[in-house]
Ligand binder design. Structure first.
Ligand code: TRP
Length: 457
């Protein structure tokens, strides 16, 4: 087996971990959730969830990963003899595999949209923007096609493959060090552009002036689910990355940085999207189609007087989405890769290839389930919907519950304490609150999310 390499620099480590968190969850899913749940009030609740639930869970995964210094499946075996708890890691690997299967499909769409934005000259784009229904037709044709989305799945899986195959330091870390700053620059440029759109005032008011009258129990649960997905919690992704952290990394500090960057990106995505949406009179709760159906013409209309600016903004936006998605997919890809490489003593290249091929197979099935295989149903849902539902609403939540319970109650308390304080370098009493949250608050809330996820609440 090849020697295990850690992240080489603190900066690279934080950027790679933030790269895992920042993805479709922030740019595609967050504005939709905020739009459906009344805007600013949702954001406040979401941020509270990140603080009280997200940060303790990130720390919990970090503790397991760094204490064990191995892939998720092995990690629990190293930390406990109890065979039930040893399965927590395996469950995470299965969840990761399934999430990747449908994540790569949406990733493929971002690639298709980026190429479309790049290849459509400004004059033609302006013409298209005048045709109502163009983008919904485009989206429906793209997703139900038998060939194009599958090609995009293959292309995306291969991009991730070539990053992962180079290893943790030379692949993931180097790539994140270039991509994440680029992503930030693009976000800032797009935020500035958004202030000059006609709907800026209305969009920003929607985003920042809370109206608590719309808040329901459902809003709370959506915010919690969103925090889970967006922070990459619940399947050992962060645990795997933490196994590459050095002994002097401050786990709580890193969790705060990652959660801070992730939330900032989500809010910036809102700043980009809502003013544009209001500029053209689309309802902010237009749903999952916001980014793929509403947005393409939004940029055109918002910057209609300057066709080249509209062109540049839309190309930049889809490039941004593509980058963010790729760094997240890479983190998902790493989990089963590390497992195969270490547990089955495979070469990293072989392990990566197996994961890539399996992702292409699952991704292809998922993609085809929106077109030629639309009749294949599992539990009454298409393969895509079924994977999405089972992994996000059931497996992630169950995984998160097991992780918090394991770290809060089952793990040796000395190991937990040592990891939290970096072997006494930080005073224990300033970190004890994390343990209190992990034992009492987080399991209770996760139980609620689970009940709502499976439709009981
Ligand atoms: N957090 C990523 C996003 O926002 C998606 C993701 C990557 C993820 N790794 C994960 C979600 C692990 C759940 C679990 O798009």
């Amino acid at each position: 087996m090849e020697k295990r390499k850690d992240f080489a620099s603190k900066m690279g480590m934080v950027l790679a971990t933030a790269g895992s968190a920042v993805g479709l969850g922030n740019i595609w899913r967050f504005p939709v959730e905020a739009g459906n749940n009344g805007g600013a009030a949702f954001i406040i609740i979401y941020l509270l969830c990140v603080l009280t639930l997200g940060i303790p869970l990130i720390v919990a995964e970090f503790v397991v990963g760094r204490a064990a210094h191995t892939n998720t499946a092995q990690a629990y075996k190293r930390l406990t003899r109890n065979t039930f708890w040893q399965q927590t890691g395996r469950l995470g690997i299965i969840t990761g595999w399934l999430i990747m299967g449908y994540y790569v499909v949406v990733s493929g769409w971002t690639l298709a949209y980026f190429l479309k934005a790049l290849a459509t000259p400004p004059t033609i784009a302006a013409h298209i923007a005048k045709q109502p229904g163009y983008w919904s037709d485009f989206f429906n044709e793209l997703t139900s096609d038998a060939l194009l989305p599958v090609l995009c799945v293959i292309a995306f899986a291969l991009m991730s493959h070539f990053i992962i195959v180079r290893g943790v330091e030379k692949g993931i870390e180097r790539f994140s060090k270039v991509m994440m700053p680029m992503l930030f620059i693009l976000l800032i440029v797009l935020c500035i552009c958004s202030f000059f759109t006609p709907g800026a005032k209305e969009g920003l008011t929607f985003l920042f002036r809370p109206d608590f009258s719309q808040v329901t129990f459902g809003t709370l649960l959506s915010a919690l689910g969103q925090a889970f997905f967006s922070l990459s919690i619940g399947m050992g992704c962060l645990c795997t990355y933490a196994s590459y952290f050095s002994r002097d990394t401050d786990l709580l500090g890193t969790a705060l940085k990652v959660a801070g960057i992730d939330s900032l990106v989500a809010i910036m995505a809102g700043i980009i999207i809502f003013p544009a949406v209001f500029s053209v009179g689309i309802r902010p709760d237009a749903g999952a189609s916001l980014v793929f159906i509403a947005l393409p013409s939004v940029f055109q209309e918002a910057f209609g007087a300057f066709p080249w600016l509209a062109y540049a903004v839309s190309v930049m936006f889809y490039f941004l989405l593509l980058l963010a998605t790729l760094t997240s997919l890479v983190s998902l890809h790493e989990v089963p890769t590390a497992f195969l490489a270490e547990d089955f003593r495979m070469k990293r290249r072989t392990a990566t290839t197996i994961v890539t091929l399996s992702v292409i197979v699952i991704g292809t099935l998922c993609s085809l389930s929106m077109g030629p295989l639309a009749d294949w149903k599992l539990f009454g849902k298409s393969i895509f919907d079924c994977l999405d539902w089972v992994s996000a609403n059931v497996l992630l939540v169950v995984g998160g519950g097991l992780i918090t319970f394991f770290v809060g109650w089952k793990m040796e308390s000395k190991t937990l304490r040592d990891e939290l304080t970096n072997y006494g370098n930080y005073p224990y009493h300033t970190r004890k609150w994390i343990i209190v949250l992990l034992r009492w608050f987080v399991p209770f809330v996760i139980f609620l999310i689970f009940l709502s996820g499976i439709g009981v609440l």
